[in-house]
Design a protein around this ligand. Structure first.
Ligand code: PHB
Length: 391
């Protein structure tokens, strides 16, 4: 009885001693809001896996604080994103918001970020204007103008004279169309037609027929991550490649998560983007290995790297502020941060809070029986061209 009591007291004492550092060390809650269900669930799966991969690699403390990741599903619906953001900030004491799989979802949270002065890290969405919507928004994905201009440069230098553009009809598609066109025309190219496709439940067939009828040298495409497989199938079925029309695109179309399932029709596609699973660097080799191990062999795509680097940004900023996650201090610390990502060297533009990064031109090739985006040309340290022009 006495022995039992003593053991009990000892146990309690141990619990208390163990508990002390946990009490002393405050927690910074990071609310990750993503489409985990619905048509863009692949984005949620990849971004959240990337964020978790960062914590697994670097531990769960930054700037002396314990980092707690809270993952919430908005189903890709903007009203949900905003409601969840408010709930996380008001009821859960969340200090940093992050994620945002589509432009309208990021835009819906901008007023919350501004009013509550909450640092908000966009890890996926890519319309240039997002970082202008709140001074508390920063970004670790990139912008469609950033990916599209190099594709325009490449096309103009590689014998492509006439192009039809084909984009999803919302923010990032409009950005891609505008900036590819601007660059391609400035270098002497001709745009035969600009085609826009609805974002929801797209049937590409009638639009591909219009492309075919215009007889361009190439079609330049932007579609959000996740819908490229259906597009590629219809591109092959409609015989565009057989008609000699080359497929050029932003890397969202040949997204590494689904590239293998596209099969032979994808081979030869030229794209511009910030990340390929096959990117050749020691950092990326370690990343891919750890990611595939933790996720049942799922291949990491660019969305996952947006999530991984979003956490890198949060950790680096908290180290700089010594754990102060309040909006003004955090956002000041974000400016000019730089680190080596699985994608290559990156930094945060102190003027725009957008990411400065390499954009690689890649070709889809079969490597050891697998389809890969193989990088062959680098446009180094690009800023978002939209904001660079506005200055
Ligand atoms: C966006 O909605 O901003 C978006 C979504 C998926 C992408 C790129 C941009 O692959």
């Amino acid at each position: 009885m006495l022995k039992g009591l003593l053991l009990g007291v000892a146990g309690l004492a141990m619990t208390l001693t163990n508990a002390v550092p946990v009490f002393a060390q405050e927690v910074v809650k990071v609310g990750l809001i993503l489409p985990m269900t619905g048509p863009f669930a692949s984005t949620g799966r990849q971004v959240s896996a990337g964020a978790k991969a960062f914590i697994a690699a670097k531990g769960d403390t930054a700037g002396g604080k314990k980092i707690e990741l809270i993952i919430r599903d908005d189903g890709g619906v903007a009203d949900q994103t905003r409601r969840i953001a408010q709930e996380l900030v008001v009821n859960e004491g969340t200090k940093v918001l992050a994620g945002f799989g589509l432009t309208p979802l990021a835009m819906a949270v901008a007023p919350v970020a501004t009013q509550a002065k909450i640092p908000t890290v966009v890890m996926a969405a890519g319309t240039a204007a997002i970082t202008k919507a709140s001074p508390f928004i920063t970004r670790t994905s990139g912008t469609l103008p950033q990916y599209s201009v190099p594709v325009g440069t490449w096309a103009s230098q590689n014998g492509i004279k006439k192009v039809v553009t084909l984009v999803s009809d919302y923010g990032p598609g409009v950005d891609a169309e505008k900036w590819f066109t601007k660059e391609f025309k400035a270098k002497g190219g001709e745009i035969a037609e600009a085609v826009r496709i609805p974002l929801q439940n797209p049937d590409f067939a009638p639009f591909l027929q219009r492309v075919r009828d215009a007889k361009p040298d190439a079609v330049f495409v932007f579609l959000p991550s996740g819908v490229g497989s259906l597009f590629m199938k219809q591109f092959a079925d409609r015989g565009l490649a057989d008609a000699g029309i080359k497929l050029i695109a932003t890397g969202d179309v040949t997204d590494d998560d689904i590239l293998n399932s596209m099969g032979k029709p994808a081979i030869g596609t030229i794209t511009g983007h910030f990340y390929a699973t096959s990117h050749d660097s020691p950092e990326n080799k370690a990343y891919v290995e750890a990611f595939e191990k933790a996720n049942n062999k799922m291949r990491p795509n660019f969305m996952s790297v947006g999530g991984y680097d979003g956490m890198a940004l949060i950790y680096n900023a908290l180290e700089k502020t010594k754990g102060d996650a309040s909006g003004p201090a955090f956002m000041e610390a974000v400016k000019g941060l730089s680190w080596t990502s699985p994608r290559g060297p990156v930094s945060i533009d102190p003027e725009t809070r957008d990411i400065i990064q390499n954009i690689y031109i890649r070709e889809v090739k079969e490597v050891n029986g697998q389809l890969h985006n193989v990088e062959f040309q680098t446009f180094s340290a690009l800023k978002d061209p939209e904001k660079a022009e506005a200055k």
